[in-house]
Design a protein around this ligand. Structure first.
Ligand SMILES: Nc1nc2c(ncn2[C@@H]2O[C@H](COP(=O)(O)OP(=O)(O)OP(=O)(O)O)[C@@H](O)[C@H]2O)c(=O)[nH]1
Ligand SMILES: [Mg+2]
Length: 196
């Protein structure tokens, strides 16, 4: 499981989506929240998805083929203040059109930094996923930055600010550095793609 991973292509225009249709798991969330790091740590392949300390690194939709079964799709992050208005609009449009029009998304992983409460753009994304009837999981990233006592408040503030979640306990904490949460995420992939 999650053994073979291969970069397929970068997409800047929805007309360029891969011709081969497969189920997709998409990674979405604010710029710098750790989407690309999540992909690398989950696959155990540092450097597969590009990471940088400069936010806004992922500027296009990147497709990775996993075990010849499904695509992991790294989406551009939103909400980086220094990005020009024109570029922000371009990415916002690309991501929202992608989510609302895709018929292949089986799961959206919405990453939120565990130290911050969901932003307005997180709330917009949450509503877009619900409207588009895309199943989603909320994962709190960078959990290595939290003290034990901060887990419960972090989970509750996320739960209280987003719609469509059944219980705060459904929210997973993840750390790309420590590997926390990896087993729980692997279990989800197992159930989606490998157990049948
Ligand atoms: N402490 C800590 N830092 C992390 C973790 N995951 C990512 N980072 C750091 O956060 C920064 C952004 O990570 P990326 O994976 O590039 O974030 P992204 O969401 O892909 O960003 P964009 O491509 O701009 O949308 C980098 O400096 C990472 O090293 C984590 O689990 N813990
Ligand atoms: Mg990225």
């Amino acid at each position: 499981m999650l053994e073979q991973s291969e970069f397929i292509k970068s997409v800047y225009d929805l007309k360029e989506l891969p011709a081969r249709k497969l189920p997709e798991v998409i990674l979405c969330g604010r710029s710098n929240v750790g989407k690309s790091s999540f992909i690398n740590s989950l696959l155990g392949r540092q450097g597969l998805a590009k990471i940088s300390s400069t936010p806004g690194k992922t500027r296009c939709i990147n497709y990775y083929l996993i075990d010849n079964k499904f695509y992991l799709v790294d989406l551009p992050g939103y909400g980086y203040a220094k990005t020009s208005q024109k570029e922000r609009l371009f990415w916002g449009k690309l991501v929202s059109e992608f989510i609302s029009s895709s018929e292949n998304i089986v799961l959206a992983i919405h990453l939120i930094d565990c130290r911050h409460k969901p932003t307005d753009l997180d709330i917009q994304l949450n509503l877009l996923l619900i409207q588009s009837r895309v199943p989603f999981d909320v994962i709190l990233s960078k959990s290595d930055k939290l003290k034990q006592s901060e887990y419960k408040p972090s989970r509750e503030s996320t739960f209280n600010n987003l719609a469509g979640l059944v219980s705060p306990e459904d929210i997973i904490f993840y750390s790309s550095i420590k590997g926390k949460g990896k087993k729980e995420v692997q279990k989800k992939f197992w159930e989606l793609f490998y157990s049948k």
